[in-house]
Design a protein around this ligand. Structure first.
Ligand code: FMN
Length: 174
């Protein structure tokens, strides 16, 4: 699939998923796409846990049952180091966001679906509960959980505002 086809097909999908497991080489390919993402000062502040063990998936889903986690056969956990890349500046949010977008595009191109669970992890210390379950050190921040699998239903690409509402040429005219 061409990159523009993946961009235009990409959609947040909140389940249900088919029960088929995902081959480990496919999960590795998707996470390698995330590793190839840009990062501020090339600090590569983002790390990943691939979860494909059914027991760990059940434990994760008990903490965060939303967004398709209850049926997904696998998930990717995106972790950030918030250490400064230079002076006192950390680009961890930008770094992990670029990585997550690559996960979305790679998953779409390979026929999988996923959901960027992020805001919801910030409530009730859910990200800390995930960190504890997965032995993530206190020095790192659990930022995003992405359930992943073959969608039971066709994901629907959301219509975005028209080009002229969001972009202009040379000087601001929106
Ligand atoms: C920073 C960020 C945080 C998000 N957090 C959540 C979340 O906690 N739960 C959820 O279901 N979707 C979450 N999403 C997905 C958005 O809801 C989704 O991208 C948006 O509705 C647009 O849909 P689309 O991705 O299909 O274009 C998040 C997306 C971003 C970029």
């Amino acid at each position: 699939m061409d990159v523009f086809d993946a961009i235009n097909k990409r959609a947040t999908y909140r389940g249900p998923y088919k029960s088929e497991s995902i081959p480990q080489e496919d999960l590795k390919k998707i996470v390698q796409a995330a590793i190839e993402a840009p990062s501020g000062c090339n600090a590569q502040s983002t790390t990943f846990i691939i979860v494909d063990d059914a027991k760990v998936m059940r434990e994760l889903s008990a903490i965060m049952p939303k967004g398709g986690m209850d049926t997904a056969p696998a998930a990717i956990v995106v972790i950030a180091s918030t250490e400064p890349a230079y002076d006192d500046v950390s680009f961890y949010k930008e770094d992990y966001s670029a990585a997550v977008q690559n996960i979305y595009l790679a998953a779409t191109a390979m026929g999988y679906a996923t959901c960027w669970l992020d805001g919801v992890l910030r409530r009730d210390d859910i990200n800390k509960k995930i960190s504890s379950l997965l032995n993530i050190p206190d020095s790192l921040l659990t930022c995003v959980l992405l359930p992943i699998g073959i969608p039971e239903k066709e994901p629907v690409h959301k219509e975005k505002k028209k080009f002229a509402e969001r972009a202009c040429y040379n000087k601001y005219s929106l």
